[in-house]
Design a protein around this ligand. Sequence first.
Ligand code: ADP
Length: 494
Amino acid sequence: MSKYILAIDQGTTSSRALLFDREGTPISVGRQEFKQHFPADGWVEHDASEIWQTTLSCCHVAMSEAGAEANDIICIGITNQRETTIVWDRKTGEPISNAIVWQDRRTSDYCDSLREIGHSEMIQNKTGLLLDPYFSATKLRWILENVPDARTRAENGELAFGTVDSFLLWKLTDGKSHFTDATNASRTMLFNIAEQRWDSELLKMFDIPAAVLPEVKDCAADFGNSTADFFGAAIPITGMIGDQQSAAFGQGCFANGSAKSTYGTGCFLLLNTGEQIVKSSNKLLSTVAYRLANKTCYAIEGSIFMAGATIQWLRDELKLIATAEESEQLARETADDLKVYLVPAFTGLGAPYWDTNARGSIFGMTRDTGVKEIVTAGLMSVCYQTKDLVEAISADGASLNSLKVDGGMANNNFVTQKLADLLDCEVQRPTITETTALGAAYIAGLQAGVFSSLEEITQKWQLDEAFEPTKDQSWRDTQYSGWNAAVKKTRTQE
Ligand code: ADP
């Protein structure tokens, strides 16, 4: 009997592949970083061929580390950096330009022009998203407008568009499958999340020929087989899901009100809202959490640009600490009512502000402020930003019962405790923190019959440590009002 599920986790800075056993335990991993291209101010690109090559070689590493052959692998699940946009030639499979990465801001002016003529609300109503360069639609349009002959070739059906999931699928199946899943589709700004289909009004507005689009499937579905060339035999690809949704799936966030927050470079909080699309009045996104058996489960999402990256900055630029781990001990030596606030708006502020022009700042320093205080303020900024998201979620009428955390920074017990204190809810860290890859493995395994139900998956989740609130309301109010005052001074727009 085959033993493993291969989960591909194609991220923004590295590609990864993990083998999981039938229980969902990680067995081996391959990881490879790849080059980031910054061809102009605010532009971020990846070489899509490098995305593919690194992914493939990670799969080989994970397989050889576990001594696995194709026949040992039951199925493949794909999870990926979302929104990043690729257009390729249907005949050759070659990308016609570099991939435009989700971080890329080149279409800001175009987005502004659409906003000025009053399209934001229609876009939010249909897609659940904010009109912003972040999402794929304007990036795809940019490629069609700027790569020679692209528009004509797209209209003639010679070109294919996809986010990274679709592109990897195309490559793995040697051009036989051009599909995406509902979570990735929901990040393109071309997909109507209530009707679960590409939206003709949006396609017309962004001038996108329908001929370039992939077909949208459930997350657990038959996506085709990888060709024998790559792994020695064909392997069915049975799962596909965007990275943040995958982490929520891996954390077992299936119940309405369950939430996870991933603390890597940035932070992404997803709250399951069940069958209901919660429309945000506070600049959060409504998105597809997952779609199984043609039934869609929705989520509300908030993203913070700088979480762990703030600690990297303290380490690499200010050189206040030698390792990220050191920050925990320093914070423990700092007073609990610290009034120094670091607002890490280095690349603007994400949800719930979406202030592109804001820049980082530190407030409240006194003569006795030293390394400890600045480092602690950096850690606390991640907790305060999470609190901002949770406040916005509450203002939108949704609520959070507890918070499951993952990502590198979730290993910092000071941060997880302060999160519980500030949010006044239990914060739970699971034993398996590779939740993104795990989610893809679960999805693929569901379709392949390795797992029978969401209930079975829910039971697999294991607690490493839970953090209970230890502070009173007055502490929360005082500390948080100091943060709010600091953010107010940092913002460039209301
Ligand atoms: P990504 O997947 O975005 O590269 P990871 O989930 O690997 O990120 O997390 C790495 C980030 O977490 C880094 O930015 C690092 O600064 C931060 N980090 C890791 N360990 C700690 C820690 N113990 N305390 C604070 N920050 C940490």
